[in-house]
Design a protein around this ligand. Structure first.
Ligand code: NAD
Length: 490
């Protein structure tokens, strides 16, 4: 056995389940700092677990292990790396039940969403990467004879957020490992338990020591050390634009590559001919899913003045029909937001919307009736929003929609693009051709046409301050490759 699972039972740790270690060089190791991060149950606001809060010593050990394992892992045939990761996928199936249990606490999403969406994102990304890697051209002969080869970039530091914790870990770690990189993961300390479970699946699949490492801890003490580390070749970060900026700053010293997937303020732009009855519920429900905590959430709805009242009426109805409840409540559509900090932030934006003169048509400040303990928020809709208002410019990351009227298609495009972000948008029209014409004028990495989903074989990523990375699909694998030219007609 390679070390033991670092779980200490509730009884031994003053009634809190505790994960007190990291995963380094194929071993569960104890944390050097002696500090812990609290994990909060979003349904109750109570601390429900504790995890290690690592520091520089832990990160250094993990980077050293990843560096030592790199050459042997990179030199393995792709088929061997694929077989190892296929085994991880098998082991993961046995962890899903426990992962659902913890996601409903640490993230607060309901059982159905955790089961059907969150835990399956590992299968989606790992399954897709295992297929898509076969489409990568690792070698290419140039017309004048040079041979261009693609090689793994080296040691990759992955730093991930809490909103779709398994999704973001899987979208980074598995493509990197598949092409031969070794990894040090620093997951979100807000939703750490599901990361421990995925690490346990990797451990049980007997991926060679040092190939995958995980240090648990917070941003400043742990994430920054990893981003700044001189022996990390590439940092792949998903999270807030604020942290993305800081990580880019500390990483700049070594000029390593920094890939960023950051915040968004996406718009659903409905053209005059769109089927409002079909599309508005689809767009609003996709915003509300995960309690508004999605980077690509369609938090602005752009509607022609000619059909404005109709649109506001439909959106209001959908928000009012969105049932908020505890994770275990099978009738609830959504759960709480993740934390007190997130609750305060969303409430602050709702107050600001009212103060700046937007018209509140559904929801509003405070908790829904009967939910006085956890971090519950009322599904909220503002109409008559001006795009200059704070609620239309800043990422709220909660179930809050801003409806903005427009007079012409040109104005709608200008409003959609009037944001520092550029992750995602949607266009609704009875004519898909017309929708695509509008989509081409939107400055975002993704545009959904009469739809709300993005499939894992196409690139996911943003323009502008939404970051520079492309995950998913072949591009999400190529991010972890560097190019070498063998000249002289070899
Ligand atoms: P966050 O930026 O606070 O934290 C993300 C991760 O970075 C965590 O692991 C955290 O510990 C770490 N971190 C924080 N400060 C750091 C620092 N100074 N140095 C190094 N690491 C640091 O974000 P969050 O609150 O966990 O997630 C929500 C944000 O993530 C939203 O802005 C959302 O839009 C964004 N997000 C983007 C995408 C995307 O694909 N574009 C996907 C999901 C979430």
């Amino acid at each position: 056995p390679r070390g033991s699972w670092p779980f200490v039972s509730a009884r031994a740790m003053a009634s809190l389940p505790t994960w007190n270690g990291h995963y380094v060089n194929g071993q569960w190791t104890s944390c050097s700092s002696g500090r812990f991060c609290d994990v909060t149950d979003s349904n109750t606001g109570q601390v429900c677990a504790r995890v290690a809060s690592g520091g520089a010593e832990d990160v250094n050990a993990a980077v050293l292990a990843a560096r030592s394992a790199f050459t042997a892992w990179a030199e393995k045939p792709l088929s061997e790396r694929k077989a190892a990761l296929q085994k991880v996928l098998e082991r993961w199936q046995q962890k899903k039940g426990t992962a659902v249990e913890w996601l409903t606490k640490e993230l607060g999403c309901n059982v159905k969403f955790a089961t059907q969406v969150q835990v399956n994102m590992v299968d989606m990304h790992l399954g897709s990467s295992l297929k898509m890697v076969d489409l990568i051209k690792f070698e290419e002969r140039m017309p004048m004879g040079s041979l261009v080869v693609k090689e793994p970039v080296g040691v990759v530091g992955c730093i991930t957020p809490w909103n779709y914790p398994l999704n973001q870990i899987a979208a980074k770690v598995f493509p990197a490992l598949l092409v031969g990189c070794t990894v040090v993961l620093k997951p979100s300390e807000v939703t750490p338990v599901c990361a421990y479970l995925l690490a346990e699946a990797i451990h049980e699949a007997e991926v060679p020591p040092g190939v995958f490492n995980m240090i648990m801890g917070d941003g400043p003490n742990c994430g920054e050390v990893l981003a700044a580390h001189e022996d990390v070749d590439l940092v792949s970060f998903t999270g807030s634009t604020r942290a993305g900026r800081r990580i880019s700053e500390v990483a700049a010293k070594t000029l390593k590559v920094v890939r960023t997937e950051l915040g968004g303020k996406s718009a659903a732009l409905l053209l005059e001919d769109a089927d409002f009855q079909a599309l508005i519920p689809k767009f609003v429900k996709s915003l509300m899913a995960n309690t508004g905590q999605s980077c690509n959430a369609l938090s602005r709805l752009l509607v022609p003045r000619t059909r404005y009242e109709e649109a506001v009426g439909i959106a209001k109805k959908v928000a009012e029909a969105t049932i908020v409840g505890e994770s275990a409540d099978s009738k609830a559509s959504i759960g709480p937001v993740v934390s007190q900090a997130q609750w305060d932030r969303v409430q602050g934006y709702i107050q600001t919307g009212i103060k700046e003169g937007a018209k509140l048509v559904a929801g509003g400040p405070g908790r829904p009736d009967g939910l006085s303990n956890g971090f519950f928020v009322k599904p909220t809709v503002f109409a008559d929003v001006d795009n200059k208002m704070t609620i239309a410019q800043e990422e709220i990351f909660g179930p809050v929609l801003s409806i903005i009227p427009y007079s012409s298609e040109e104005e709608a495009i200008r409003i959609a693009n009037d944001t520092v972000y550029g992750l995602n948008n949607a266009v609704g029209s009875a004519s898909p051709e017309r929708a695509v014409q509008v989509a081409r004028k939107l400055r975002s990495g993704m545009v959904m046409i009469n739809d709300t989903s993005i499939l894992p074989d196409a690139p996911f990523g943003g323009y502008k301050q939404s970051g520079n990375a492309r995950e998913w699909g072949t591009m999400g694998i190529e991010e972890y490759l560097v190019t070498k030219t063998l000249a002289g007609k070899p």
